[in-house]
Ligand binder design. Structure first.
Ligand SMILES: *[C@@H]1O[C@H](CO)[C@@H](O)[C@H](O)[C@H]1NC(C)=O
Ligand SMILES: *[C@@H]1O[C@H](CO)[C@@H](O)[C@H](O)[C@H]1NC(C)=O
Ligand SMILES: *[C@@H]1O[C@H](CO)[C@@H](O)[C@H](O)[C@H]1NC(C)=O
Ligand SMILES: *[C@@H]1O[C@H](CO)[C@@H](O)[C@H](O)[C@H]1NC(C)=O
Ligand SMILES: *[C@@H]1O[C@H](CO)[C@@H](O)[C@H](O)[C@H]1NC(C)=O
Ligand SMILES: *[C@@H]1O[C@H](CO)[C@@H](O)[C@H](O)[C@H]1NC(C)=O
Ligand SMILES: *[C@@H]1O[C@H](CO)[C@@H](O)[C@H](O)[C@H]1NC(C)=O
Ligand SMILES: *[C@@H]1O[C@H](CO)[C@@H](O)[C@H](O)[C@H]1NC(C)=O
Ligand SMILES: *[C@@H]1O[C@H](CO)[C@@H](O)[C@H](O)[C@H]1NC(C)=O
Ligand SMILES: *[C@@H]1O[C@H](CO)[C@@H](O)[C@H](O)[C@H]1NC(C)=O
Ligand SMILES: *[C@@H]1O[C@H](CO)[C@@H](O)[C@H](O)[C@H]1NC(C)=O
Length: 842
């Protein structure tokens, strides 16, 4: 009943879930493993697998099957996985490996069998592994070496049999075939004695042999005679120091490049002191010795003179009082003390070691003092006193007096150092590392004046505040300057690096910089790497790039850039290979479309593009810059075009509107006039339009004779009859045209010049057409240009209803003019009774 399942019942859900689960299981059973790199690398850790999952493709090179109960590796177990190079079978409960179990794995290079309780290794178990280089079988229950069928694995470079049950170092003959072997570890096995001939089968002369944590009780005299090793680890091998001493004695004749002797911190065995502990070393041939946790040096008055001929001596985690002395006439050229609880730099004692080239005194957390300097160490080139707790005033003069050939000085990771400004001629120092040590004075005064040969200077995170422009003066040969995590005055980089013309690497990240002046980088023509990440820059000056023409790496990540401007992009040096712009405040608006386009096109140059995300606009926040849709900008380009054209059209309309303002006005007037024309009653005989410059004339020649002599006419004159506070156009229409029977236009040269009068005239003319009511009386004054007049008045002059009068300033003409005017005005006049009476009385 499939229909039932539409109903939302718990039973149905359970059923569907079960189906899903089963489906999931089915697909998973094909390949339940994690695909680390598709087709290449698979992790099938801890999946309760009992065999190789069939879903692993035969292209897989890396397969991790650890923590699965495989138990037995049968023949051809991995036959389909020909390409395997790395196979991890850690803790697979393997107890048996059958013949040809690894058949077909011709390219397998690393096999890990750690943590398997192996009981049966069939004789051909490791056959068909011609490429195997590393066999790691820690805790694999291996016992006698002879029984291990590995003699044919001639490519082996590393055999790690740590933590097994091997009880003899007697190397089987097959070791003579393992000519590439470099690492052989028998750490934590059960080897108790070493005899002459045990290492005879060793063919490699370059082997690192690890015998640490075997409880070695007996080493036969000359057991190592003639043996050549690269490195020998003998940590925590001897129960007490007398056994250790005797064992070292019996190792005479061994040639080993580096010997590591001592204990582990958590194993407290070597208690008693034996001042001749290391005397046996005289009979060994060593280049390096590392002494770790040698308790016997605790009361330590002296090192054995047998370390004299060893060129490098390292002492790690061993308490050495300052009083301990070193053999005179020593040939030691490298000396290292790590974590040795010094309180002061033992300069006096070490000054006896005239051959010293390298001194390293590191990780001593109580080491604070460095007041006494070395003397007469003419060979000293490297002095590393990093990672201590030094609080000191450093005097270049004294330091370099005692070690005039010092090239490397490392004082990094200390507490605080005051650098004195003093100088006694140019020093040979080439590398100076002061990072993470609080420094006093650099930045405020030129502290490096005599370090002309310095190539490398690291003052990162030293609390330096660069105020003085000459802070770096004297560093004429500097190539690398690392000074991240410091400060610059006003958070601005100005001319601070002026003379560092050879600088190739400059790290000024994390300096809170808000501004980098153009001149500050202008002399750095050889700059190849510039790191200004983690600052607060809004940009670099586009011309900056022109001054750094060979730049290959530019790191601007974590600043406040909104985009690179077009000029920046144009000026980027052609040599640039690495540009990190991630974690900036990108503005993904279309105003930066050229940058966004460029970014899309520059994925080989740009680093960390995943972290190049938009900061604004809000709707694009956290969108990757490279995912920005450029097409969206094209649309808005169209909108821009449209709006620009709209604005243009509007402007044109406005211009036209301004130009034809009167005409528009006139149209409006026509329209309004037409609507209102019926409503008004005639109140005036004539509306006089004239230029205000002719006002006097109007008063004398029109107003007085027409209004004060019989028959009386009433004129509409703007200076007298217009209603104040009402717009002129309304007045013209309401008070002028609408309420007047006729219109008198006083045409003078002023009239013709005035746009307003012309307009009024035109309104009057049209009015005449619209209403056949107010007919026009044109009064033309003297001195009016005839041609202009003709052009302006055109045909209206000849219209029947119009009257055309010329006025001349002569008595006779004036009389005629008035008569003509009166008769024109009389036409159509309606008389009031009183007027009639008055006229008739006359
Ligand atoms: C592992 O698989 C076996 C059967 O192959 C099963 O009996 C056992 O319970 C499984 N163990 C775990 C932890 O799933
Ligand atoms: C084994 O390695 C060689 C050289 O790296 C390669 O040419 C060959 O294809 C590899 N064989 C398999 C089966 O992947
Ligand atoms: C051998 O394996 C042990 C344990 O995994 C490891 O600590 C040691 O470094 C390895 N030795 C070599 C020589 O790789
Ligand atoms: C000797 O072994 C070391 C690693 O232990 C290796 O770096 C060096 O190249 C080897 N030298 C020779 C000559 O094989
Ligand atoms: C050193 O060799 C001598 C002579 O073979 C022997 O007597 C002594 O026990 C050996 N010492 C150690 C600690 O193996
Ligand atoms: C060192 O150990 C050996 C063997 O256990 C013992 O015989 C000897 O007395 C011890 N020596 C010292 C000085 O403790
Ligand atoms: C150091 O080597 C020189 C020759 O290189 C030798 O004469 C001297 O005895 C050796 N000193 C020690 C303590 O082994
Ligand atoms: C100085 O020492 C520190 C800490 O040991 C180290 O990280 C740094 O690389 C050293 N500097 C140089 C220039 O070797
Ligand atoms: C910078 O170098 C020029 C010539 O290379 C030199 O004349 C000038 O004194 C130097 N300035 C400083 C402050 O070192
Ligand atoms: C620049 O400096 C920052 C932090 O100081 C660092 O994370 C980054 O790797 C440096 N960039 C380059 C290219 O070295
Ligand atoms: C993108 O790159 C190609 C070649 O890499 C170039 O021809 C094209 O002009 C570039 N386009 C832009 C917009 O920079």
């Amino acid at each position: 009943m499939p229909g039932k399942c539409v109903v939302f019942s718990p039973a149905c859900i359970t059923f569907s879930l079960a189906m899903l689960f089963e489906l999931n299981l089915k697909t998973r059973s094909l390949n339940p493993c994690l695909e680390v790199i598709p087709g290449h690398s698979y992790r099938c850790m801890e999946l309760n697998l009992t065999r190789v999952p069939s879903g692993i493709p035969n292209t897989a090179q890396t397969l991790d099957l650890s923590f699965n109960p495989l138990k037995i590796l049968f023949s051809n177990y991995f036959s389909s996985l020909f390409a395997l190079r790395f196979l991890d079978l850690t803790r697979c409960h393997l107890w048996k490996i059958e013949d040809h179990a690894f058949w077909g794995l011709n390219n397998l290079s690393v096999l890990i069998l750690t943590g398997n309780p192996l009981q049966i290794l069939e004789p051909k178990a490791f056959h068909n592994l011609p490429s195997l280089q590393r066999l790691i079988a820690v805790e694999a229950n291996f016992s006698p070496l002879e029984s291990l069928p590995i003699g044919h694995l001639t490519s082996l470079q590393e055999l790690n049999f740590s933590h097994n049950d091997i009880d003899s170092l007697k190397l089987p003959v097959y070791f003579s075939c393992l000519i590439f072997l470099q690492h052989l570890s028998f750490q934590l096995n059960r080897i108790t004695s070493i005899s002459v001939g045990d290492l005879d089968a060793l063919s490699s002369q370059n082997l690192t042999l690890v015998l640490s944590r075997n409880d070695i009780k007996y080493i036969e005299l000359n057991a190592f005679a003639g043996v050549h090793l690269q490195q020998l680890f003998l940590r925590a091998c001897f129960e007490n120091s007398s056994i250790m001493q005797a064992s070292i004695q019996n190792m005479s004749g061994l040639h080993v490049n580096s010997l590591v002797l001592g204990d582990y911190r958590n194993i407290r065995r070597l208690e008693s002191f034996n001042k001749n502990l290391l005397d046996g070393l005289c009979n060994l041939h060593l280049q390096e010795i590392t002494l770790i946790e040698i308790k016997s040096l605790q009361t330590g008055s002296s090192f054995s003179s047998c370390i004299n001929n060893i060129s490098m001596v390292r002492v790690v985690h061993t308490f050495i009082s300052e009083a301990a002395y070193f053999p005179t006439n020593s040939n030691i050229d490298q000396l290292e003390f790590k974590d040795c609880q010094w309180k002061k730099v033992p300069a006096e004692k070490l000054s006896s070691l005239k051959k010293l080239k390298v001194i390293r005194i590191t990780h001593n957390k109580y080491l604070r003092g460095f007041e006494v300097y070395f003397t007469g160490l003419l060979n000293l080139e490297v002095l590393d006193i990093s990672v201590n707790s030094l609080i000191t005033h450093l005097s270049w003069v004294h330091l370099l007096e005692g070690a005039p050939n010092l090239k490397h000085l490392n004082l990094s990771f200390n507490s605080e150092i005051h650098l004195k400004i003093e100088c006694s001629g140019p020093a040979k120092l080439e590398y100076l590392d002061l990072q993470h040590t609080r420094l006093y004075l650099p930045g405020t005064v030129p502290s490096f004046l005599c370090l002309n040969n310095l190539i490398y200077l690291d003052i990162s995170y030293t609390g330096t505040n660069v105020i003085a422009e000459c802070s770096f003066c004297g560093l004429d040969n500097l190539r690398v300057l690392k000074m991240s995590g410091n400060f610059f005055a006003n958070n601005q980089l100005v001319d601070n690096f002026r003379n560092l013309t050879k600088l190739q690497f400059l790290d000024i990240s994390n300096c809170q910089l808000t501004y980098i002046s153009l001149s500050s980088l202008a002399s750095l023509h050889e700059l190849r790497l510039l790191n200004v990440s983690h600052n607060k820059l809004l940009g670099l000056h586009p011309e900056t790039y022109m001054h750094i023409p060979v730049l290959t790496t530019l790191d601007l990540h974590n600043n406040q850039l909104a985009a690179l401007m077009e000029e920046d992009l144009k000026n980027l040096p052609g040599s640039l290979k690495y540009l990190d712009l991630s974690e900036n405040l990108f503005d993904c608006s279309c105003s930066h479309v050229s940058f966004l386009q460029w970014a899309k096109n520059s994925s080989t140059l740009l680093q960390n593009v995943k972290n190049m995300v938009c900061h604004s606009p809000v709707d694009l926040k956290n969108v990757q810059v490279l995912d920005f849709d450029l097409a969206s900008c094209k649309i808005s380009t169209a909108t821009v075009v449209i709006s620009v054209s709209a604005v243009l059209v509007l402007i044109i309309i406005l211009i036209l509107g301004y130009k034809y303002y009167f005409y528009l006005y006139y149209m409006m007037v026509l329209f309004i006039g037409h609507r209102l024309s019926d409503e008004k009653v005639t109140a005036y005989d004539a509306f006089v339009i004239f230029s205000s410059k002719d006002q006097e004339w109007v008063k004398q020649e029109l107003q007085e004779p027409l209004e004060e002599e019989l028959p009386y006419f009433r004129l509409c004159l703007f200076y007298r009859d217009f209603i104040p506070g009402v717009s002129i156009i309304t007045n013209i229409i309401k008070e002028g045209f609408q309420t007047s029977r006729k219109v008198i236009a006083v045409v003078s040269s002023h009239f013709l010049e005035s746009r307003w009068c012309n307009f009024e005239l035109e309104v009057a003319q049209s009015w005449q057409l619209v209403e056949s009511k107010a007919s026009l009386i044109l009064v033309v004054l003297e001195g009016v240009d005839k041609t202009v007049l003709h052009r302006k008045l055109g045909l209206f002059r000849y219209l029947r209803r119009n009257t055309f009068l010329m006025w001349k300033d002569r008595d006779f003409s004036r009389h005629v003019f008035l008569r003509q005017l009166r008769s024109a005005l009389l036409e159509g006049k309606t008389w009031t009774e009183e007027e009639l009476r008055l006229v008739l009385k006359k």
